[in-house]
Design a binder for this molecule. Structure first.
Ligand code: NI
Ligand code: MN
Length: 227
């Protein structure tokens, strides 16, 4: 059983392997997360899929408050290290065994640019596994055939966090195919509703998954999920 807290947009707090992993923190700029006080968020690690503001805006504040380690691309981690935040750099296709489990940084099809306009490196997603859990946070990505490599190279996924908002990432129709590629029937949607271009019809999205024999969870910010 994994404890997951949705923090809006693509931000999640997942407790696994005895550590608190925070993904893509973007709260202070997200009106849908206005009720969440970022000073209450405790994290041991902050995993950042790519350099866009809607995935890392609050990372520096939280990392410094919690003495957390940032895990991301070499370019994103170097940018944070220059701002006094410790990090563990990775690049696509690589995996590393941390004290909570293994992290594999897998490819995404998207762009990445840091807040000052500097190059953010690749855009990716994370597959995380240990003795009790295995899950995938896809970050921002198009549907890509590379997703078929995940079931070949990683343990069986218990759940996946996939973007479903369309326009900047794949939409929910493509996310159903993504769920097929990664061989995972339980999907938590992210990157939806936070701003105008990505507002979605929840009923239609849930139906699309249901018709494919899969489950789509569309949480609201602050919602706890146990899987
Ligand atoms: Ni992005
Ligand atoms: Mn984004």
């Amino acid at each position: 059983m994994t404890d997951i807290t949705y923090l809006g947009h693509s931000a999640f707090l997942v407790e696994t392997g005895g550590k608190r992993l925070l993904f893509d923190p973007f709260l202070s700029g997200n009106p849908l997360a206005a009720d969440i006080d970022i000073s209450t968020i405790k994290a041991d690690y902050i995993l950042i899929t790519h350099g866009h503001g809607d995935h890392m805006a609050d990372a520096e504040t939280i990392a410094k408050a919690c003495q957390a380690t940032i895990i991301s691309s070499y370019e994103v981690v170097t940018w944070f290290e220059n701002r006094g935040v410790k990090g563990h750099p990775m690049n696509l296709g690589g995996k590393w065994k941390f004290d909570f489990g293994t992290v594999k940084y897998v490819s995404g099809v998207h762009s990445s640019m840091l807040p000052d306009g500097s190059y953010g490196g690749p855009s990716g997603g994370f597959v995380i596994w240990n003795d009790s859990d295995c899950f995938y946070h896809a970050g921002d990505t198009a549907l890509t055939l590379d997703m078929k490599l995940i079931p070949i190279t990683c343990p069986t996924l218990q759940f996946a966090i996939l973007p479903v908002g369309d326009n900047f990432t794949m939409g929910y129709e493509d996310a159903v195919h993504a769920a097929d590629y990664i061989q995972c029937d339980t999907v938590i949607g992210c990157h939806f509703d936070s701003f105008g271009f990505i507002k979605i019809d929840h009923k239609a999205a849930e139906e699309e998954f249901k018709n494919a024999g899969k489950k789509l969870i569309l949480p609201t910010a602050g919602q706890k999920i146990q899987l």
